[in-house]
Design a protein around this ligand. Structure first.
Ligand SMILES: *Cc1c(COP(=O)(O)O)cnc(C)c1O
Length: 432
C-alpha cells in the first residue's frame, strides 16, 4: 500500500500542529503505524490522500451513523449554507431539532445546544451543582465525559489509550470535588453516600461505558444509581454522548425503556450528524435554572447554528427502525467474524456489546470495570490493528475504543473485513 502522501502530510503537520493531530488518539502512538490523511468518504468507505480506500469502522467516532456523505444530509446542509452558516441569533432549525429530541426522549423536557460533548457535560455539572447547592461530583473509573478539568480524572478514551494517569495542568483544586468510584461497585457507592451524601451534587455515568472498551453493567446498575441519588437528593446525569440516537431512536434509554428518569442527559456525536453540535437536556425544573430563565450562566457563539442543527435534524429523521436494524445486524456480523478469526488463531479475546456498540478486549475474561480492562494485551491489539489497516480496514487506533458501524455497512463492505481478519488475527497471535 502506497502511503507516501500521508507521510508527507504528517511531516508538514507536525511542524504546525502538536503531534500532527487535532485530537491525540488520531496520532496512532498507542498502536504504531502511519496515520492516514483522509480526503473523502462515501457510505462505509473513506479514502486517503494516496487514493487508498478503507472500510471505515471509526465513522468519526460515532456520528456518521448513516455512513459518509449521506445525500439527504449533504443536500439539506447545502441548502441552509447558501443562506448563511451562522447568525448568533435564534433560528427555526434549532427549535425543530429540540422538538425532535423532546419527542423521542422521555427524560428530556428542554434542551440547550452547545458545540461539543465536553461542553454539554461541563454545563450539566455546573447545573447540577447549582440545583443542589452541593459541590461533589461522583464519576466512574474509565468513564469518559470529555476533557473538562473536573472530569479529567480516571477518564477513558485518549487518556487511557496514551497511558496518561491524569493531565498536568489540571490543578488539585479542580478535581478535589470529584470522587472516582469503580464501575459496577454498588458497595462503594453506598458507602460514599452514607459518609458524604449531603455533599453530593450528582453522579455522572456513561449510559453504557464505551470509552475504555464496552463494559457491561452488572444488573440494572443505572437504575441502582437512580435510586441512591434520589434517596439523597443528588442528581443523576446520564451521559448519552456516545449512545444517544445510536443504540435506538432514543439512545440507551429508548433501548432499555426503564421506569425512571435521569435528571440531566448529555448528547453529542450522532445528534450533530457529523457537525459540531451537542446538547444537554433534562427536566423542566432543572433546565429552567439556565440563563436567561435562571441564574446559571452558559453561552456559545456558534451554539445551535443552523448548519449543524439541520445536519443533526436530517440525521435523526433519517434514522428509522430500518437503520437501527441494519446497524445491529452489521455489528452482529462483525462481532461474529472477529470472534471466529481470533478463536481460529488462538488469540485470547472477549467481544462485548450493547446493541450495535461493541469492542474487543484482547484477554479472556468478562470486563465489568476499568481495572479488568487494563489487563488486556494491548501489543496484540496493535498488531491486529496494523494488519487490518494494511488490508484496507480502518478501526479505532486503540484497544480501549468501541468500533462503529453505519446503515451503509453492507455485505460487500463486511466481506472485505471477513477477508482481512484471518491474517490480522494471526498477526495478533504472533509476538514480534
Ligand atoms: C465523545 C464523548 C464525550 C465528549 O464529546 P466531545 O464532543 O468529544 O467533546 C463525552 N462523553 C462521552 C460518553 C463520549 O463518548
Amino acid at each position: 500500500m502506497n502511503i507516501t502522501g500521508s507521510r508527507e502530510w504528517q511531516e508538514r503537520a507536525e511542524h504546525v500542529i502538536p503531534g500532527g493531530v487535532s485530537s491525540p488518539v488520531r496520532a496512532f502512538r498507542a498502536v504504531g503505524g502511519q496515520p492516514r490523511y483522509l480526503v473523502s468518504g462515501h457510505g462505509p468507505y473513506v479514502r486517503d490522500v494516496d487514493g487508498n480506500e478503507y472500510v471505515d469502522f471509526v465513522l468519526s467516532w460515532g456520528p456518521m451513523i448513516l455512513g459518509h456523505a449521506d445525500p439527504r444530509v449533504t443536500e439539506a446542509v447545502e441548502q441552509v449554507m447558501r443562506n448563511s452558516s451562522s447568525f448568533g441569533a435564534p433560528n427555526p432549525a434549532e427549535v425543530l431539532l429540540a422538538e425532535q429530541i423532546v419527542r423521542r426522549y422521555d427524560a428530556a423536557d428542554m434542551v440547550r445546544f452547545v458545540s461539543s460533548g465536553t461542553e454539554a457535560v461541563m454545563t450539566a455539572v455546573r447545573l447540577a451543582r447549582a440545583a443542589t447547592s452541593r459541590h461533589l461530583i461522583v464519576k466512574f473509573a474509565g468513564n469518559y465525559h470529555g476533557h473538562s478539568d473536573a472530569l479529567l480524572v480516571s477518564a477513558g478514551s485518549g487518556v487511557v489509550t496514551l497511558g496518561l494517569p491524569n493531565s498536568p495542568g489540571v490543578t488539585p483544586g479542580a478535581v478535589q470535588d470529584t470522587v472516582v468510584i469503580r464501575y459496577n461497585d454498588r458497595e462503594a457507592i453506598n458507602q460514599l453516600f452514607a459518609a458524604r451524601g449531603a455533599e453530593i451534587a450528582a453522579v455522572i455515568v456513561e449510559a453504557v461505558p464505551a470509552n475504555a472498551g464496552v463494559f457491561l453493567p452488572i444488573g440494572d446498575f443505572n437504575g441502582f444509581l437512580r435510586e441512591v441519588t434520589a434517596a439523597h437528593g443528588a442528581l443523576l446525569i446520564l451521559d448519552e454522548v456516545m449512545t444517544g440516537f445510536r443504540l435506538s431512536s432514543a439512545g440507551w434509554y429508548g433501548l432499555l425503556q426503564p421506569n425512571w428518569k435521569p435528571d440531566l442527559v448529555t448528547f453529542g456525536k450522532v445528534i450533530g450528524g457529523g457537525y459540531p453540535l451537542a446538547a444537554l437536556a433534562g427536566s423542566r425544573e432543572v433546565m429552567s435554572l439556565l440563563a436567561p430563565l435562571g441564574p446559571v450562566y452558559q453561552a456559545g457563539t456558534l451554539s445551535g447554528n443552523p448548519v449543524a442543527a439541520t445536519a443533526g435534524l436530517t440525521t435523526l429523521l433519517a434514522c428509522d427502525a430500518e437503520v437501527y436494524e441494519t446497524c445491529d445486524g452489521a455489528a452482529r456480523t462483525v462481532m461474529q467474524l472477529m470472534d471466529e478469526a481470533l478463536t481460529a488463531a488462538a488469540v485470547p479475546h472477549r467481544v462485548q456489546h450493547v446493541g450495535n456498540l461493541f469492542s474487543c478486549f484482547f484477554m479472556d475474561a468478562e470486563v465489568t470495570d476499568f481495572d479488568i480492562a487494563q489487563q488486556q494485551d494491548t501489543a496484540a491489539f496493535g498488531r491486529f490493528f496494523r494488519s487490518l489497516l494494511e488490508s484496507g480496514i480502518s478501526i479505532p487506533p486503540s484497544a480501549y475504543e468501541a468500533w462503529f458501524v453505519s446503515s451503509q455497512h453492507d455485505a460487500r463492505a463486511l466481506q472485505r473485513l471477513a477477508d482481512a481478519l484471518p491474517a490480522a488475527a494471526r498477526a495478533a497471535g504472533t509476538p514480534q
